[in-house]
Design a protein around this ligand. Structure first.
Ligand SMILES: [Zn+2]
Ligand SMILES: [Zn+2]
Length: 938
């Protein structure tokens, strides 16, 4: 197969394999067509007031301030004297949108919403606001529109400030909240002269929604420990007090208003949210007014309630809820239907109604969840062949009828407590059944995709064996003579086509989405190609058997096990960085095992030392928040002295008259960049900002390092030195801690790797003397000088992948690479600009990879390995890793865990595309030269 055709096929296959995770793991859980169930026939409240303090975390709200008093004195009185309280446990992602959807619509938005963008409504959904007669809402333009847009008609009214008001750099964001409170005052003032408004305000089943964004914005810009954050809590508390008084006065204290105060998510100590830390998932819930119970003294609990103790609230009963339970609670208080997509369970603990009403409300809640389950089951049934359909056995239609009948009977007999128990059981079963049908196709699709992966890897290996080894050539004619009927080309194609046709028929009968056809036909096509090449596999087998009759199997399997183990270490290295250290130590020891009298001990010891030193870095904490410019300085000094030494050695060892003036300039630039980093750090520490000189120098270095390699000769050692010296100053400018030392050690290791491969190849006659190798003139000509693959080349390809991943994860993990730490770009800019900052951070991560790829290229040239063969091996290995990550993708757990599992898969899947780019870049970096050929040739 031609290389470009192979690349295109590979791209196509990988796009399908990549996209499949969205169909398998991240599909919307919502169903449509349920009939609404009314929660409460005689609701205790006519209207509901919902305050959402965006980004308010539980402990900052409940705990006492340093003066021993509450930061929210009004709500504290409510908790102690008139209302119910607890912690609302949010789910991840702890972001504003899913948080609000959970509270107001009662379901947990899934990750597919992320893929379709947070801003738009990815799917239509019902909400408490939509079920209300009328809702007035005030707040941020990021939140309000999604509930107004999804609602039928125009009974959800929004009043939002312009988005310019949400300024992170603002000294105090509490004005966002003041804005909301002012607008509400205006509305009630207007009501005295506006008759229609007065009429609307006196209707029942109405909602007032206050979205208060100030605390979140202050938390992001000043962190939750700041006085801005805590002062904002005070301000919100005061505002809620005033609003309550205003509303009570307007309705003449008719006792028909229910109040709720909660938050959409919390916030970490460093001012972020999204993940699953308790600081992010624990939010306060306070309810008071009509229909809400009075405070209860705490009953003796077996478990010690640590939180309440910390908050000085352990004398009161705490009623915790899941965030989605707030939606049915609100619906029940004002007697509107439960939102149809809600999966929340009515928290009876908060209600001040009799057992009969509690039981009937919960029963309606159960029926509402059950109807989702029934529709979901119906949908599955329609898209599955009836004979293969496996219904959820815990909640069969017969059981449903039986349970509903028994709850009805218990209610009629007045056994409400028993009825409540039975309703709770029904809710639990229906929820389990919902998730059963949600993940119904997962197994079958997973098998399909996994067999595609295996088929693709087999295909690549067949290609490698066929084109880059001498295994096949000898026997190929012989085989065609004795071809069994079953393995004839026509039979194979015919057989697989039949399977393909059957798959198409089966899928179309079940009317499944078109992507399913791709997932199911891909393995068929891949395995057909592999089967067509059965003689290659046969030859491999015979060849290996003939090679060494004794001990062959042992040897073969040992190598195989080593390989699989190595790849698994790499996979695990994504999660546990220190495993990379284990791999590095093994790499350092490996030449010792395979040592012969040819081994150059000096180089070997250096290689081992560099492996061992590099192994230290993955065990250190990730480079992140803490800065240590002292270490950056040491790295810079080491870089300068090594550079001087390297130039000296290169001068002595080659008899040529290369010009080293470029390298001398580079050394000066490296030294200067160390100074600039120190100077900038000092200046920023003293709050004097980024000096203009530093900034100009930094951007100049960035520009220079891009082009400087082409001003040197193309001798392998000289060019590699120039490339390294070109990127070191840039990397130092972007360093904040020990990562400079890491890259320097990596450079040493790469240098010794090149030597090691050079000497290991020499005695077999593969490699040339390193000093005479040139990136351009030594390039093997396609097909002519290229040799067949050896076992050594598999190791080389593996080392390459290993070093690439070490370069990527050596000083960081996925979270630290994703997270934005502006400190490392301070030499370039201090004003927040996500795009430029992101690009610079990306550049920092790519520099080690470029160095590894350039060295790999040098090795490919010195050892005359065909680059295409190496590329195919790398491809096969990364696909085996990708298969691992495919199974590790998860749709539960914290937002960080979900995100990490997806990004692992994305990283490995993109590695192939990225590698092609890197190979191209390294080709340009190593071969293009502005220095005339004559002057640098020996
Ligand atoms: Zn928020
Ligand atoms: Zn936020």
């Amino acid at each position: 197969m031609r290389t470009w055709a192979l690349i295109l096929t590979g791209l196509f296959v990988h796009i399908i394999l990549f996209y499949s995770i969205f169909d398998i793991y991240f599909t919307s859980p919502l169903v449509h067509g349920m009939t609404p169930h009314v929660s409460n026939q005689s609701p205790p409240a006519k209207r509901l007031v919902l305050f959402v303090a965006d980004g308010l975390r539980a402990d900052k709200f409940f705990e006492f301030d340093s003066d021993g008093k509450s930061r929210a004195p009004y709500l504290r009185t409510v908790i102690e004297k008139t209302g119910a309280w607890g912690v609302s446990h949010t789910r991840v992602p702890t972001e504003s949108r899913p948080g609000h959807v959970a509270m107001i619509a009662g379901f947990y938005e899934d990750v597919s919403a992320v893929a379709k963008g947070w801003k738009e409504n990815p799917v239509e959904f019902d909400s408490v606001f939509n079920e209300s007669r009328r809702t007035w809402s005030w707040g941020s333009p990021d939140i309000l529109p999604m509930f107004a847009k999804g609602a039928s008609g125009d009974h959800v009214l929004t009043d939002q400030y312009p988005s310019e008001l949400e300024d992170f750099a603002d000294s105090d964001s509490s004005k966002l909240d003041t804005w909301v409170f002012d607008r509400v005052r205006t509305l009630f003032n207007k009501a005295s002269s506006d008759k229609t408004l007065t009429k609307q305000l006196h209707q029942d089943k109405i909602v007032f929604f206050f979205h208060l964004l100030g605390i979140d914005t202050n938390g992001h810009s000043h962190k939750p420990q700041s006085s801005e954050y805590t002062e904002n809590i005070r301000l919100v508390d005061k505002g809620i007090k005033e609003m309550t008084e205003l509303i009570e006065m307007y309705y003449n204290k008719d006792g028909k208003t229910a109040y709720l105060m909660t938050a959409d998510h919390g916030m970490t100590n460093w001012g972020s949210h999204g993940a699953g830390h308790p600081h992010e998932t624990l939010t306060p819930l306070v309810a008071w007014g009509a229909g809400v119970r009075q405070p209860k003294t705490r009953q003796e609990l077996l478990e010690q309630d640590l939180y309440s103790k910390e908050w000085n609230l352990d004398h009161l009963m705490r009623s915790d809820v899941e965030q989605a339970d707030i939606a049915p609670l609100m619906a029940c208080l004002i007697g509107i239907p439960y939102p149809v997509n809600s999966v929340g369970t009515l928290p009876l603990d908060y209600l001040d109604v009799d057992d009969q009403q509690k039981s009937r409300s919960l029963f309606a809640n159960a029926k509402q969840i059950l109807s989702q389950f029934q529709i979901k089951m119906e949908q599955r049934k329609q898209t599955t062949l009836s004979m293969t359909f496996r219904p959820y056995s815990e909640l069969t239609p017969a059981l449903q009828t039986k349970m509903i009948r028994s709850i009805n009977k218990l209610n009629q007999e007045g056994k409400f407590i028993a009825a409540i128990k039975e309703s709770k059981k029904l809710i639990q079963l229906a929820l389990q059944g919902l998730s059963y049908y949600q993940t119904y196709d997962r197994f079958f699709l997973g098998v399909s995709i996994a067999s595609s992966f295996v088929g693709w890897v087999m295909y690549i290996l067949v290609l490698v064996v066929k084109e880059h080894t001498d295994v096949v050539k000898v026997r190929v004619k012989l085989v065609t003579l004795h071809q069994p009927v079953l393995l004839r080309k026509e039979v194979i194609i015919g057989g697989y086509s039949t399977v393909g046709a059957l798959v198409i028929i089966l899928l179309s009968v079940q009317s499944l989405p078109w992507t399913y056809y791709l997932y199911c036909l891909l393995p068929v096509a891949l395995w057909m190609v592999v089967t067509l090449n059965w003689h290659v596999l046969l030859d491999c087998y015979t060849r290996l058997k003939e090679a060494s009759p004794k001990g062959f199997l042992v040897n073969f399997f040992l190598t195989l096990v080593m390989f699989v183990l190595g790849l698994e270490i790499l996979v695990a290295g994504f999660f546990y960085r220190h495993l990379l250290s284990v791999g590095l130590v093994c790499m350092g020891m490996l030449p010792l095992l395979s040592s012969s009298h040819h081994t150059d001990w000096v180089i070997y010891v250096r290689w081992m030392m560099s492996c061992l030193i590099l192994a230290i870095f993955p065990m250190m904490p990730v480079v992140g928040r803490d800065t240590n410019y002292y270490l950056v300085g040491i790295a810079g000094i080491l870089a300068v002295s090594t550079g001087v030494l390297a130039i000296q050695r290169l001068k002595n060892s080659t008899s040529s008259h290369h010009s080293y003036s470029t390298n001398h300039i580079q050394i000066v630039l490296t030294a200067l960049s160390v100074y600039v980093v120190q100077f900038t750090a000092y200046s920023i520490q003293r709050k004097q900002g980024l000096p203009l000189v530093s900034q100009i120098f930094s951007w100049l270095i960035l520009g220079i390092s891009m082009v400087i390699p082409i001003f040197s000769g193309t001798g392998v050692l000289h060019r590699l030195l120039t490339i390294t010296l070109a990127y070191l100053p840039l990397y130092i400018l972007l360093s904040i801690s020990h990562e400079g030392l890491f890259v320097l050690t990596l450079c040493y290791l790469l240098y010794f790797w090149l030597h090691l491969e050079g000497t290991s190849g020499q005695h077999t006659g593969q490699a040339e003397q390193l000093h005479s190798v040139d990136f351009v003139s030594s390039l093997p000509i396609e097909g002519k000088q290229q040799r067949h693959l050896e076992l050594q080349d598999f190791r080389r390809a593996f080392y390459f992948i290993f070093l690439m991943l070490t370069g990527f994860f050596g000083t960081g993990n996925i979270a630290s690479i994703n997270s934005f730490e502006p400190a490392s770009v301070y030499c370039f800019m201090t004003v927040f600009s996500p795009f430029t900052m992101g690009t610079l951070m990306m550049l920092k991560n790519i520099i080690p990879l470029v160095l590894v790829t350039c060295t790999f290229r040098a090795i490919h040239i010195t050892t005359h390995v065909p680059i295409r063969a190496l590329f195919l091996l790398v491809l096969a290995m990364s696909d085996i890793m990708a298969l691992n990550f495919f199974f590790l993708v998860r749709d539960y757990g914290s937002w960080l865990e979900i995100g990490t599992s997806i990004s692992h898969y994305v990283i490995v899947m993109c590695m192939i595309i990225f590698l092609m780019l890197l190979f191209g870049l390294s080709h340009w970096l190593t071969t293009f030269s502005l220095v005339s050929r004559k002057s640098h040739r020996n």
